[in-house]
Design a protein around this ligand. Sequence first.
Ligand code: G6P
Length: 364
Amino acid sequence: RQMEKAGHRHFMAKEIHEQPQTLAQVIDAYTEGDRIVPPVAYDWAATDRVQMVACGTAHIACIVAKYWFESLARLPVDVDIASEYRYREGPVGTDNTALFVSQSGETADTLAALRYARGKARAIVSVVNVAESSIARESDVALPILAGVEVGVASTKAFVNQLAVLLALAIRAGVDRGLVDAAREAELVAGLRALPGLVSTALGIEDRCEALAHELAEASDILFLGRGPMYPLALEGALKLKEISYIHAEGYAAGELKHGPIALVDQSMPIIVFAPKDGLFDKAVSNMQEVMAREGKVLLVTDARGAETASDGVWQVLSMPAVAPVFTPILYAVPAQLLAYHVAVAKGTDVDQPRNLAKSVTVE
Ligand code: G6P
């Protein structure tokens, strides 16, 4: 077993560190020269709406994808939790694309949701890791994420590869719909190809995460905040932390803070803010200042330019490589994972087999 962990203490650590390779692998499979070419073709010009359905971390990948599909392809996206979607009897138009994301391809609720959409939607598209799974088999178009076997119950490399595939599809949809021209496509492909190297650089924050983890491990509640696509990253940071460290955590859209969670803020509550220096940075910083005014202890995760402008009064800054805003969700998965991992290690929990959780939930 120790051998299989390639010298790491846990499968989760091994899988986090594999990400530069697994990400490069999937980007390679979805690109040809300057173009996005998914391994199975699908014409996004002929669809009018995308219904995305999934559970857990895969559901969070869908929320990120909504930002990409809407901005790059001007395609409306609805995102649903499979256990809700399957019973809600929501309308499915004949020009809608129903898209299911699942690492295992066997999650019972996601499979039932797929069966609900079958025969109603224009097509059933799935984004899966296990190519010979039920969800892949029952789809019209099954797109692999090529992450390799993931053992840790808390999903890491599969999340990053789900994001990479969903971004590639959103770019492709933008091309199919005449919104992304060849020059922009080439620029995006070049950006994608640079990502594995940047993920590798981002993994360099590990020592800092480990050092901070001891203090974070003392907290009973931790709040994660972000805006735009950093909002779902805040959800993912909170989910990972809950799953493996058993600390109560919440992810919130930073702008929604004043409508509830700000009531919880005091000096005992760490607040982790994901805020790359993008178009929403100033807004995120002003939300961060609202919590600091209430003595909240802020850990700001940003890039060098963000740190320069906004580190006054924050408890700690984690410095990430700078990258174009479209790519930040993939890069910021790394601090979400490393913080959760090291807090769990500091608490001495069973990182790869957290209590009450299963890798694949095949019963309802
Ligand atoms: C379980 C796992 C999660 C996963 C979710 C959905 O809760 O512990 O890591 O995100 O199921 O699984 P799927 O295989 O459909 O992606």
